[in-house]
Design a protein. Structure first.
Length: 356
C-alpha cells in the first residue's frame, strides 16, 4: 500500500524588524542561568533563575560569563538585552533558531551566531542554536535547552588551569568557540566511522539489500545537515581574525588564527566524507550489477552446455520409422555416453577460458 506524503503548509510571517519570536522545538519551562565571574585571583559561580542576578558583577574588573538556557523565555532575554544595551535585531537573531552562523560588530559588543553539535547519552546527534554576545568584560551565551560542550571549559576556569583566568572576555570568547570546534571533530569522527562501516559492509556484501539504500540516504542527509551547520562558521572566524574591534586584544588574534586552521580542517573532512557518501550509492549499485552479471553468466553457461545435448535429444526424438542407430542394441547407452562426453568437454573448455 502506497502511503501518501502529507503536504506541508507554507506560510510567510512578516513581522516587524526586531520582533522576538522563538520557533524552535526545545521548550524550557523556566530560564536556567549559569553565572561565572572570575579574575586571576577570584572565582564565583552562581546557578539561578533570575536574569537580574547577573547584573551585579559589572565594573569590578572581572570577567562575567552568563549562560542562559531556554530561548522560549523571551521576557528574560529582553531584560538582559535592555541591561546590556543590545540591539533589537540582535535579540531577534538570538531566538531565531533558523539563523545561519554569522558575525556582527556593534559599538559596544560583538554578536556571533553558530550551531552547537554534540552527542547525548543515547548517542543521538543534537543540533542546537547558540548565540554569543561579547563585551569588554562580559560574555553572554544563549542556548535552546540544558546540555552543552562547555563542562571542561568551566572546570578549567574553576581550577585556574591554563591562562584563561588571566585573560579578558575576548579570550573567553575564543575558548567557547574552541570548545565548539573541538567537538565538531568528535562529531565528524563519529560520522566518518559510520560511513566507513557501511562502506565495508557493502563491499563485503553483508548488508540487507532492502535497507542499504535507506541507510545511504540517511547518511547523506546527516552529512549535509552537519555541513550546513558548520561550513558558515569558517567565514565567521575569518572575519573575527581580521577584525580591528577594540574588544579583541591583539594577543588573542594568534589563538583565533589557530582556531581558523581548525575549522578549515573540519570543513575539509566534511567535504571528504560527503564525497564518500555520494560514492556509496554508486558502489552499491555496481556490486548489485556485478552480482546480477554473475547470475546471468551461470545461467548462460548452463544454457550453452545443454544446447548440444538438447540438439541430439531433439534429433532422436523425431518420429521417423527409418533412422540410423534406432535398432542398435546399445544405442541408448551409446547416445548417453556421447552426451556425457560432450558435457565434460564443454566444462573443461569453460574452465580453461576461466568462465567457471
Amino acid at each position: 500500500m502506497k502511503v501518501k506524503k502529507k503536504k506541508r503548509a507554507y506560510k510567510a510571517t512578516n513581522l516587524p524588524p526586531g520582533t522576538m519570536a522563538y520557533k524552535g522545538k526545545k521548550v524550557s519551562l523556566e530560564t536556567v542561568i549559569d553565572i561565572i565571574n572570575y579574575s586571576n585571583q577570584t572565582f564565583t559561580k552562581i546557578d539561578c533563575n533570575d536574569v537580574e542576578d547577573g547584573f551585579n558583577f559589572e565594573g569590578n574588573e572581572q570577567v562575567t560569563w552568563i549562560n542562559i538556557n531556554g530561548l522560549n523565555n523571551i521576557q528574560d532575554i529582553e531584560k538582559l538585552g535592555t541591561h546590556y544595551n543590545l540591539h533589537p535585531l540582535t535579540l531577534e537573531d538570538i531566538v531565531n533558531t533558523s539563523q545561519r552562523p554569522k558575525l556582527e560588530e556593534f559599538q559596544n559588543y560583538i554578536f556571533i551566531v553558530f550551531k552547537m553539535l554534540y552527542f547525548k547519552d543515547n548517542e543521538e546527534l543534537h543540533y542546537e542554536h547558540l548565540s554569543m554576545v561579547v563585551g569588554s568584560d562580559y560574555v553572554l551565551t544563549f542556548q535552546e535547552a540544558d546540555g552543552d560542550v562547555f563542562n571542561d571549559l568551566r572546570d578549567r576556569i574553576e581550577a585556574a588551569k591554563g591562562r584563561i583566568r588571566s585573560q579578558g572576555a575576548d579570550y573567553l570568547m575564543y575558548a567557547i568557540l574552541d570548545a565548539i570546534v573541538d567537538n565538531y571533530f568528535t562529531v565528524i569522527e563519529a560520522v566518518g566511522d559510520k560511513i566507513e562501516d557501511l562502506e565495508a559492509s557493502i563491499f563485503e556484501s553483508q548488508t540487507d539489500n532492502d535497507k542499504t539504500p535507506n541507510q545511504i540516504q540517511q547518511l547523506k542527509q546527516e552529512v549535509l545537515k552537519i555541513r550546513r551547520s558548520i561550513f558558515p562558521l569558517r567565514e565567521v572566524i575569518n572575519r573575527l581574525e581580521k577584525s580591528d574591534n577594540k574588544i579583541i586584544n591583539e594577543k588573542s588574534l594568534s589563538y583565533i588564527r589557530d582556531l581558523y586552521d581548525h575549522i578549515i580542517q573540519v570543513n575539509e573532512s566534511i567535504d571528504l566524507y560527503r564525497e564518500m557518501v555520494w560514492s556509496l550509492m554508486d558502489m552499491y549499485m555496481t556490486i548489485i550489477s556485478n552480482k546480477m552479471n554473475e547470475v546471468m553468466k551461470v545461467l548462460t553457461i548452463i544454457a550453452t552446455i545443454f544446447i548440444p545435448l538438447t540438439f541430439i535429444a531433439g534429433i532422436y526424438g523425431m518420429n521417423f520409422s527409418y533412422m540410423p542407430e534406432l535398432q542398435a542394441e546399445n544405442g541408448y547407452f551409446i547416445l548417453l555416453g556421447i552426451m556425457f562426453v560432450l558435457f565434460i568437454l564443454m566444462l573443461i573448455y569453460f574452465r580453461k577460458k576461466k568462465w567457471l
